[in-house]
Design a protein around this ligand. Structure first.
Ligand code: TRP
Length: 323
Protein backbone atom coordinates (compact mmCIF):
# COMPACT_ATOMS: atom_id res chain seq x y z
CA UNK A 1 0.00 0.00 0.00
CA UNK A 2 1.33 3.44 -0.94
CA UNK A 3 1.46 6.23 1.62
CA UNK A 4 -0.45 8.83 -0.36
CA UNK A 5 -0.50 10.79 -3.56
CA UNK A 6 2.31 13.09 -4.61
CA UNK A 7 1.93 15.81 -7.23
CA UNK A 8 4.66 18.07 -8.48
CA UNK A 9 5.03 20.34 -11.47
CA UNK A 10 8.00 21.87 -13.19
CA UNK A 11 8.20 24.45 -15.91
CA UNK A 12 9.44 23.24 -19.30
CA UNK A 13 12.97 24.61 -19.19
CA UNK A 14 14.40 22.10 -21.67
CA UNK A 15 17.46 19.98 -21.04
CA UNK A 16 17.98 19.54 -17.31
CA UNK A 17 21.20 20.33 -15.46
CA UNK A 18 22.86 18.82 -12.41
CA UNK A 19 21.22 21.45 -10.18
CA UNK A 20 17.78 20.29 -11.36
CA UNK A 21 18.81 16.71 -10.72
CA UNK A 22 20.24 17.19 -7.22
CA UNK A 23 17.45 19.55 -6.16
CA UNK A 24 14.34 17.95 -7.62
CA UNK A 25 14.56 15.02 -10.02
CA UNK A 26 16.51 12.76 -7.67
CA UNK A 27 13.84 13.33 -5.05
CA UNK A 28 11.01 12.69 -7.55
CA UNK A 29 12.64 9.37 -8.39
CA UNK A 30 12.92 8.34 -4.74
CA UNK A 31 9.32 9.22 -3.91
CA UNK A 32 8.11 6.71 -6.48
CA UNK A 33 8.89 3.90 -4.04
CA UNK A 34 6.45 4.96 -1.34
CA UNK A 35 3.86 7.17 -3.03
CA UNK A 36 1.55 7.30 -6.01
CA UNK A 37 3.30 10.00 -7.95
CA UNK A 38 2.07 12.37 -10.60
CA UNK A 39 4.67 14.58 -12.27
CA UNK A 40 3.62 17.28 -14.65
CA UNK A 41 5.38 19.62 -17.04
CA UNK A 42 3.48 22.87 -16.57
CA UNK A 43 3.45 24.44 -20.01
CA UNK A 44 0.48 26.72 -19.24
CA UNK A 45 2.30 28.20 -16.25
CA UNK A 46 5.24 28.86 -18.55
CA UNK A 47 3.01 31.05 -20.72
CA UNK A 48 2.68 33.58 -17.90
CA UNK A 49 6.28 34.63 -18.41
CA UNK A 50 6.97 33.62 -22.00
CA UNK A 51 6.33 35.87 -24.93
CA UNK A 52 8.06 33.65 -27.42
CA UNK A 53 6.69 30.12 -27.36
CA UNK A 54 8.53 28.53 -30.27
CA UNK A 55 10.75 26.42 -27.97
CA UNK A 56 7.93 25.18 -25.75
CA UNK A 57 7.41 21.89 -27.54
CA UNK A 58 11.08 20.98 -27.89
CA UNK A 59 11.80 21.99 -24.29
CA UNK A 60 8.95 19.85 -22.99
CA UNK A 61 10.22 16.89 -24.98
CA UNK A 62 13.86 17.33 -23.86
CA UNK A 63 12.83 17.67 -20.25
CA UNK A 64 10.73 14.52 -20.26
CA UNK A 65 13.55 12.62 -21.98
CA UNK A 66 15.87 13.67 -19.13
CA UNK A 67 13.29 12.70 -16.51
CA UNK A 68 12.93 9.26 -18.02
CA UNK A 69 16.67 8.69 -18.34
CA UNK A 70 17.10 9.82 -14.72
CA UNK A 71 14.72 7.15 -13.44
CA UNK A 72 11.17 8.49 -13.53
CA UNK A 73 9.23 5.42 -14.44
CA UNK A 74 5.93 5.56 -16.36
CA UNK A 75 5.07 2.12 -14.95
CA UNK A 76 5.11 3.62 -11.47
CA UNK A 77 4.14 7.26 -11.97
CA UNK A 78 1.88 9.36 -14.14
CA UNK A 79 4.04 11.62 -16.29
CA UNK A 80 2.21 14.18 -18.38
CA UNK A 81 1.93 17.68 -19.81
CA UNK A 82 -0.40 20.13 -18.07
CA UNK A 83 -2.24 21.38 -21.16
CA UNK A 84 -3.02 17.82 -22.27
CA UNK A 85 -5.59 17.68 -19.48
CA UNK A 86 -7.61 20.86 -20.06
CA UNK A 87 -9.84 20.29 -17.02
CA UNK A 88 -7.15 22.05 -15.01
CA UNK A 89 -8.11 25.31 -16.71
CA UNK A 90 -11.76 24.78 -15.91
CA UNK A 91 -10.93 24.10 -12.28
CA UNK A 92 -8.71 27.20 -12.25
CA UNK A 93 -11.70 29.31 -13.29
CA UNK A 94 -13.98 27.76 -10.70
CA UNK A 95 -11.40 28.11 -7.90
CA UNK A 96 -10.87 31.74 -8.89
CA UNK A 97 -14.43 32.44 -7.70
CA UNK A 98 -13.52 31.56 -4.11
CA UNK A 99 -10.14 33.31 -4.14
CA UNK A 100 -10.13 36.91 -2.93
CA UNK A 101 -8.07 39.13 -5.23
CA UNK A 102 -6.30 40.56 -2.18
CA UNK A 103 -4.73 37.20 -1.42
CA UNK A 104 -3.23 37.03 -4.89
CA UNK A 105 -1.93 40.58 -5.03
CA UNK A 106 -0.07 40.00 -1.75
CA UNK A 107 1.88 36.96 -2.98
CA UNK A 108 5.58 37.84 -2.99
CA UNK A 109 6.33 35.94 -6.20
CA UNK A 110 3.66 37.98 -7.99
CA UNK A 111 5.23 41.24 -6.85
CA UNK A 112 8.65 40.02 -7.98
CA UNK A 113 7.33 39.13 -11.40
CA UNK A 114 5.71 42.53 -11.77
CA UNK A 115 9.16 44.03 -11.22
CA UNK A 116 10.79 41.59 -13.62
CA UNK A 117 8.34 42.09 -16.47
CA UNK A 118 6.58 45.44 -15.99
CA UNK A 119 5.70 45.44 -19.70
CA UNK A 120 3.79 42.16 -19.35
CA UNK A 121 1.76 42.10 -16.15
CA UNK A 122 -0.86 39.77 -17.54
CA UNK A 123 -3.98 38.41 -15.88
CA UNK A 124 -2.50 34.90 -15.91
CA UNK A 125 0.35 36.07 -13.71
CA UNK A 126 -2.10 37.04 -10.94
CA UNK A 127 -3.82 33.68 -11.25
CA UNK A 128 -0.57 31.69 -11.24
CA UNK A 129 -1.09 30.29 -7.72
CA UNK A 130 -4.73 29.48 -8.47
CA UNK A 131 -3.67 27.44 -11.47
CA UNK A 132 -1.05 25.75 -9.30
CA UNK A 133 -3.74 24.94 -6.75
CA UNK A 134 -5.90 23.51 -9.53
CA UNK A 135 -2.96 21.30 -10.61
CA UNK A 136 -2.67 19.82 -7.16
CA UNK A 137 -6.30 19.40 -6.17
CA UNK A 138 -7.55 18.17 -9.53
CA UNK A 139 -5.67 14.99 -8.62
CA UNK A 140 -6.51 15.28 -4.90
CA UNK A 141 -2.82 15.09 -4.07
CA UNK A 142 -1.85 15.29 -0.41
CA UNK A 143 1.88 15.79 -0.78
CA UNK A 144 3.73 18.31 -2.89
CA UNK A 145 7.54 18.13 -3.11
CA UNK A 146 8.78 21.65 -3.79
CA UNK A 147 11.67 23.97 -3.11
CA UNK A 148 11.47 26.66 -0.48
CA UNK A 149 10.63 29.31 -3.08
CA UNK A 150 7.25 27.64 -3.65
CA UNK A 151 6.10 27.73 -0.02
CA UNK A 152 4.02 30.93 -0.42
CA UNK A 153 2.15 29.25 -3.28
CA UNK A 154 1.52 26.13 -1.22
CA UNK A 155 0.22 28.20 1.69
CA UNK A 156 -2.21 29.91 -0.65
CA UNK A 157 -3.28 26.57 -2.10
CA UNK A 158 -4.17 25.41 1.40
CA UNK A 159 -6.18 28.55 2.04
CA UNK A 160 -8.10 28.16 -1.20
CA UNK A 161 -8.81 24.51 -0.38
CA UNK A 162 -10.03 25.37 3.12
CA UNK A 163 -12.30 28.03 1.74
CA UNK A 164 -13.69 25.80 -0.98
CA UNK A 165 -14.32 22.96 1.47
CA UNK A 166 -16.01 25.38 3.87
CA UNK A 167 -18.40 26.74 1.30
CA UNK A 168 -19.17 23.64 -0.75
CA UNK A 169 -18.41 20.77 1.63
CA UNK A 170 -15.35 18.58 2.13
CA UNK A 171 -13.96 17.98 -1.35
CA UNK A 172 -10.18 18.36 -1.49
CA UNK A 173 -7.43 17.26 0.90
CA UNK A 174 -5.24 20.10 2.18
CA UNK A 175 -1.96 19.64 0.35
CA UNK A 176 1.24 19.46 2.42
CA UNK A 177 4.55 20.77 1.13
CA UNK A 178 7.42 18.34 1.35
CA UNK A 179 10.65 20.28 1.33
CA UNK A 180 13.66 18.68 -0.27
CA UNK A 181 16.59 18.93 2.09
CA UNK A 182 19.20 19.45 -0.59
CA UNK A 183 21.33 22.53 -0.22
CA UNK A 184 21.41 24.91 -3.09
CA UNK A 185 23.68 23.91 -5.93
CA UNK A 186 25.97 26.76 -6.95
CA UNK A 187 26.63 27.56 -10.58
CA UNK A 188 30.01 27.63 -12.30
CA UNK A 189 30.18 31.40 -11.84
CA UNK A 190 30.53 30.77 -8.13
CA UNK A 191 27.94 33.31 -7.09
CA UNK A 192 24.46 32.28 -8.06
CA UNK A 193 22.33 29.19 -7.97
CA UNK A 194 22.94 26.92 -10.94
CA UNK A 195 20.51 27.88 -13.68
CA UNK A 196 20.19 27.58 -17.40
CA UNK A 197 19.29 31.24 -17.86
CA UNK A 198 22.58 32.28 -16.24
CA UNK A 199 24.50 29.77 -18.37
CA UNK A 200 26.44 28.62 -15.31
CA UNK A 201 25.22 25.03 -15.50
CA UNK A 202 26.24 21.50 -16.55
CA UNK A 203 23.60 19.72 -18.57
CA UNK A 204 22.98 16.11 -17.58
CA UNK A 205 23.08 15.21 -21.26
CA UNK A 206 26.28 17.13 -22.04
CA UNK A 207 29.15 15.10 -23.50
CA UNK A 208 32.03 14.25 -21.15
CA UNK A 209 34.25 16.66 -23.15
CA UNK A 210 31.79 19.51 -22.82
CA UNK A 211 31.40 18.79 -19.11
CA UNK A 212 35.16 18.87 -18.56
CA UNK A 213 35.54 22.03 -20.62
CA UNK A 214 32.88 23.84 -18.60
CA UNK A 215 34.25 22.70 -15.24
CA UNK A 216 37.76 23.76 -16.23
CA UNK A 217 36.38 27.22 -16.98
CA UNK A 218 34.58 27.55 -13.63
CA UNK A 219 35.42 30.26 -11.16
CA UNK A 220 36.98 29.12 -7.88
CA UNK A 221 37.98 30.77 -4.62
CA UNK A 222 38.67 34.37 -5.75
CA UNK A 223 41.34 34.82 -3.04
CA UNK A 224 43.42 32.05 -4.56
CA UNK A 225 45.26 33.84 -7.36
CA UNK A 226 48.39 31.72 -7.60
CA UNK A 227 49.06 28.01 -7.38
CA UNK A 228 50.87 28.41 -4.05
CA UNK A 229 48.16 30.50 -2.36
CA UNK A 230 46.24 28.49 0.23
CA UNK A 231 42.60 27.97 -0.81
CA UNK A 232 39.33 28.35 1.05
CA UNK A 233 37.19 25.37 0.09
CA UNK A 234 34.28 26.60 2.19
CA UNK A 235 33.72 29.52 -0.18
CA UNK A 236 34.64 27.69 -3.40
CA UNK A 237 31.84 26.59 -5.72
CA UNK A 238 33.98 23.85 -7.26
CA UNK A 239 34.50 22.41 -3.81
CA UNK A 240 30.77 22.69 -3.13
CA UNK A 241 30.17 20.54 -6.22
CA UNK A 242 32.70 18.01 -4.93
CA UNK A 243 30.26 17.43 -2.04
CA UNK A 244 27.88 15.74 -4.45
CA UNK A 245 30.33 13.82 -6.57
CA UNK A 246 33.46 13.09 -4.53
CA UNK A 247 32.26 11.24 -1.49
CA UNK A 248 35.31 9.52 -0.07
CA UNK A 249 38.01 12.02 -0.84
CA UNK A 250 36.07 15.13 0.06
CA UNK A 251 37.92 15.94 3.27
CA UNK A 252 41.25 15.09 1.77
CA UNK A 253 40.70 17.49 -1.11
CA UNK A 254 39.66 20.20 1.32
CA UNK A 255 42.84 19.76 3.30
CA UNK A 256 45.05 19.67 0.22
CA UNK A 257 43.42 22.85 -1.08
CA UNK A 258 43.92 24.67 2.23
CA UNK A 259 47.57 23.61 2.27
CA UNK A 260 48.07 24.50 -1.41
CA UNK A 261 49.10 20.92 -2.08
CA UNK A 262 46.76 20.71 -5.04
CA UNK A 263 45.93 23.49 -7.46
CA UNK A 264 42.55 24.48 -8.85
CA UNK A 265 43.27 22.83 -12.19
CA UNK A 266 43.87 19.46 -10.59
CA UNK A 267 40.88 19.87 -8.33
CA UNK A 268 38.61 20.71 -11.26
CA UNK A 269 39.89 17.80 -13.31
CA UNK A 270 38.98 15.43 -10.50
CA UNK A 271 35.53 16.96 -10.23
CA UNK A 272 34.94 16.70 -13.98
CA UNK A 273 36.02 13.05 -13.96
CA UNK A 274 33.73 12.24 -11.06
CA UNK A 275 30.74 14.01 -12.61
CA UNK A 276 31.33 12.20 -15.88
CA UNK A 277 31.54 8.88 -14.07
CA UNK A 278 28.36 9.56 -12.10
CA UNK A 279 26.43 10.63 -15.19
CA UNK A 280 27.62 7.85 -17.51
CA UNK A 281 24.64 5.52 -16.84
CA UNK A 282 22.20 8.41 -17.31
CA UNK A 283 23.84 9.42 -20.57
CA UNK A 284 23.86 5.89 -21.87
CA UNK A 285 20.20 5.39 -21.06
CA UNK A 286 19.22 8.73 -22.58
CA UNK A 287 20.93 7.83 -25.84
CA UNK A 288 19.02 4.56 -25.96
CA UNK A 289 15.54 5.99 -25.45
CA UNK A 290 13.80 6.38 -28.79
CA UNK A 291 12.37 9.77 -29.71
CA UNK A 292 8.98 8.18 -30.17
CA UNK A 293 9.04 6.73 -26.66
CA UNK A 294 8.66 10.17 -25.08
CA UNK A 295 5.49 10.82 -27.10
CA UNK A 296 4.08 7.44 -26.07
CA UNK A 297 4.79 8.11 -22.40
CA UNK A 298 3.13 11.52 -22.62
CA UNK A 299 0.05 10.16 -24.39
CA UNK A 300 -0.37 7.42 -21.81
CA UNK A 301 0.25 9.86 -18.94
CA UNK A 302 -2.40 12.24 -20.29
CA UNK A 303 -4.88 9.39 -20.59
CA UNK A 304 -4.36 8.29 -16.99
CA UNK A 305 -4.37 11.84 -15.60
CA UNK A 306 -7.52 12.59 -17.57
CA UNK A 307 -9.40 9.70 -15.97
CA UNK A 308 -8.76 11.15 -12.50
CA UNK A 309 -9.49 14.73 -13.62
CA UNK A 310 -12.84 13.78 -15.10
CA UNK A 311 -14.01 12.27 -11.82
CA UNK A 312 -12.91 15.27 -9.76
CA UNK A 313 -14.61 17.73 -12.10
CA UNK A 314 -17.86 15.81 -11.96
CA UNK A 315 -17.82 16.10 -8.20
CA UNK A 316 -16.80 19.79 -8.25
CA UNK A 317 -19.57 20.77 -10.66
CA UNK A 318 -22.13 19.00 -8.52
CA UNK A 319 -20.88 20.46 -5.25
CA UNK A 320 -20.85 23.96 -6.71
CA UNK A 321 -24.41 23.54 -7.91
CA UNK A 322 -23.70 24.02 -11.57
CA UNK A 323 -26.82 23.08 -13.54
N1 TRP B 1 5.26 26.97 -9.61
C1 TRP B 1 6.12 25.82 -9.68
C2 TRP B 1 7.54 26.27 -10.00
O1 TRP B 1 7.75 27.29 -10.59
C3 TRP B 1 5.66 24.84 -10.74
C4 TRP B 1 4.33 24.24 -10.45
C5 TRP B 1 3.19 24.42 -11.14
C6 TRP B 1 4.04 23.32 -9.41
N2 TRP B 1 2.20 23.69 -10.62
C7 TRP B 1 2.66 22.99 -9.55
C8 TRP B 1 4.79 22.75 -8.37
C9 TRP B 1 2.04 22.12 -8.67
C10 TRP B 1 4.16 21.87 -7.49
C11 TRP B 1 2.79 21.56 -7.65
O2 TRP B 1 8.47 25.57 -9.68
Amino acid sequence: MKKGRVFSGARPTGKQHIGNYLGAIQNYVKLQQDYDCIYCIVDVHALTTLEDTHMLKANTHDMMLDWLAAGLDPQKSILFVQSHVPEVMELHTLLSMVTPLGWLLRVTTFKEKVKMQPHNVNYGLVGYPVLMTADIVLYKADIVPVGEDQLPHLELAREIVRRFNNIFGETFPEPQAKLTNFPMVLGLDGEKKMSKSLDNHIELAASPEETTRRIMGAFTDPARKFRNDPGHPEVCNVYSLHHFYTYLKLEEIGKQCRAAEIGCVECKRMLADNINKALAPFREKRAQLAEKYVDEVLADGARRAHAIARETMKEVREKMGLP
